[in-house]
Design a binder for this molecule. Structure first.
Ligand code: AMP
Ligand code: MG
Length: 405
C-alpha cells in the first residue's frame, strides 16, 4: 500500500497539461492562461481626466482664494471618446469629462464641484497641485510588463485586462473532459421513490459539482447497477474522456467489479489502495491519455480524495500555476483523541478569531458521512500512529473549496 505522498507524486507524474487552444473571451473564465500576457502598450492609453471638471494649467491658479478667485476663459467641452486635439494656453480652461483625453497645454484638472460659472468664464477658488486628477499614460500598466503570468486562472480581473488588450480569443489550455459513473445496486435516482435497502445516489452530483468548480466539461454522468456487462459499456464510454471518475465498487466485496473490469478493458493500474483515511481503496490508472480514478462509494471518502488527488489533477491538466490551496497552520479548538495507523485527513471547520486561525475537528468522521461535508471547510492532517492531540496545538490544515457561509 502506498503512502499518501507517494501516491500523489505518482498521480501528478502522470498528468501532462492538455493542448493549448484559443477560447472566446466570454467563455474563458475558470480556464488558465497558456502564455504570459505582456502589455503591448501602457494603460491608461493616453493622459486623461480622473474627474468631471476643468482642464487647466495649475500655475494659473497659484493665487486663487475664496476672496480672490481666478477667472479663466472657458473654451469648450471635451467628452469621453473625443479625440482630444484641443489646446489651451495660460488664462484658458476647458471643460472635460472623466476619461476624456487631456488637451495639450493642460496639466491638471479641477473638479466641477469646486468651480463657479460666470458667463464665458470659470471661477476657481483655490490653488491646486500640478498633475492633480490626471491619469497618465502607462501609470497603471507599464508597456512591456507581464500583466498576467502564464498559468493564472482567468477570473473577472483577468477578463478586464484581456479585454483591454483586445484578446477576443484568449490563449488557454483546452477544457478537460470529465466523465462520472456511479456504480451500485442500491442506488436510485434523485427522482425515484426509495424501497427498503435503497439509497439515493449522490456522488454523481457531488463530484460533478466539484468538477464544475474547476470549469471542466462533464461529458458523461451516469448511474449503473453492479452488473458487469452494463458496467463495461458505461466504462467504455467514460474512458473516452480526459479523466474518468468511477465511483463505488473499488473495494473487495463480491460485487466490487470496478477494478477488475477496468483492468480487463485495458486500463493500466498505477496504484490501488493508499495508507490514507478516508479513502483507502483509491484506484488510479490510465488507458492511453485517459486518467482513471476509482473512488470508493462512501461520499466523504470520494469528497476528500477528490480534493487531494482529483482537483490538483484537473488544475494541472489545465496548466494552472497553483494546483491546490496550500496547507495552513491553525489552532485546534478540541482534543483529537482517536488517531489511526493511517494518515487521517479529518473534516474540520476553519475560522479566524482575533487574527488567528482556529480549527474545530467535526464530531462525525465516518467515511460515509454527508452531514460533516456540509459543515467542513478544511481537512486537518493527523499523522499516522500519532498520540492524541490536545486542544490548543497548532495543526496543519488544508482549506477546502467549500464556502460554509
Ligand atoms: P462501495 O464503494 O460501492 O462499496 O460503496 C460504499 C458505500 O458508499 C456504501 O454504503 C454505498 O451504499 C455508498 N455509496 C456508493 N456509491 C454511492 C453513491 N453514488 N452515492 C451515495 N452513496 C454511495
Ligand atoms: Mg458498491
Amino acid at each position: 500500500m502506498l503512502d499518501y505522498e507517494d501516491a500523489r507524486a505518482l498521480v501528478f507524474k502522470n498528468v501532462i497539461p492538455l493542448e493549448k487552444s484559443l477560447c472566446p473571451i466570454a467563455e474563458s473564465q475558470g480556464l488558465a492562461l497558456s502564455t504570459d500576457v505582456l502589455a503591448p502598450y501602457g494603460i491608461p492609453l493616453f493622459d486623461n481626466s480622473a474627474v468631471d471638471g476643468y482642464a487647466v494649467q495649475a500655475a494659473d491658479l497659484s493665487d486663487a482664494s475664496m476672496e480672490n478667485p481666478v477667472r479663466l476663459k472657458k473654451l469648450g467641452y471635451i467628452s469621453a471618446g473625443d479625440s482630444g486635439e484641443e489646446r489651451i494656453v495660460s488664462g484658458q480652461c476647458i471643460q472635460i469629462a472623466t476619461g476624456a483625453p487631456l488637451p495639450r497645454g493642460a496639466d491638471t484638472t479641477v473638479m466641477k464641484e469646486d468651480i463657479e460659472l460666470e458667463d464665458s468664464n470659470v471661477l476657481f477658488f483655490q490653488a491646486i497641485p500640478k498633475s492633480e486628477n490626471i491619469r497618465f499614460y502607462g501609470e497603471d500598466i507599464v508597456e512591456g510588463q507581464t500583466v498576467i503570468p502564464l498559468g493564472t486562472v482567468i477570473g473577472p480581473a483577468q477578463l478586464a485586462v484581456l479585454a483591454t488588450f483586445g484578446f477576443a480569443e484568449v490563449p488557454v489550455r483546452r477544457v478537460p473532459k470529465i466523465s462520472i459513473v456511479s456504480t451500485g445496486n442500491e442506488l436510485v435516482d434523485v427522482k425515484q421513490t426509495l424501497k427498503n435497502g435503497q439509497i439515493r445516489e449522490s456522488n454523481r452530483y457531488m463530484l460533478a459539482g466539484m468538477v464544475k468548480q474547476e470549469s471542466c466539461k462533464i461529458v458523461k454522468m451516469s448511474m449503473v447497477p453492479d452488473t458487469p456487462e452494463t458496467l463495461k459499456n458505461e466504462f467504455e464510454e467514460a474512458l473516452q474522456a480526459d479523466v474518468a471518475l468511477i465511483s463505488g465498487g473499488m473495494s473487495v466485496g463480491d460485487k466490487d467489479f470496478t477494478k477488475p473490469l477496468l483492468i480487463e478493458m485495458g486500463v493500466e493500474q498505477i496504484f490501488w489502495k493508499i495508507k490514507f483515511k478516508p479513502g483507502k481503496p483509491l484506484f488510479f490508472g490510465r488507458r492511453g491519455k485517459t486518467l482513471v480514478f476509482g473512488l470508493p462509494g462512501n461520499p466523504a471518502s470520494s469528497y476528500v480524495l477528490f480534493e487531494e488527488f482529483v482537483r490538483p489533477t484537473l488544475r494541472k491538466l489545465m496548466g494552472r500555476r497553483i494546483v491546490e490551496k496550500g496547507m495552513v497552520k491553525a489552532k485546534l479548538d478540541d482534543d483529537i483523541l482517536k488517531t489511526f495507523k493511517r494518515l487521517h485527513f479529518m473534516r474540520g471547520q476553519l475560522y479566524e478569531k482575533n487574527g488567528e486561525k482556529h480549527v474545530i475537528p467535526l464530531d462525525y468522521q465516518s467515511s460515509n458521512s454527508i452531514g460533516s461535508l456540509v459543515e467542513a471547510n478544511a481537512l486537518i492532517r493527523v499523522e499516522p500512529n500519532s498520540p492524541s492531540i490536545p486542544k490548543g496545538c497548532q495543526v496543519s490544515v488544508r482549506p477546502l473549496q467549500n464556502e460554509i457561509g
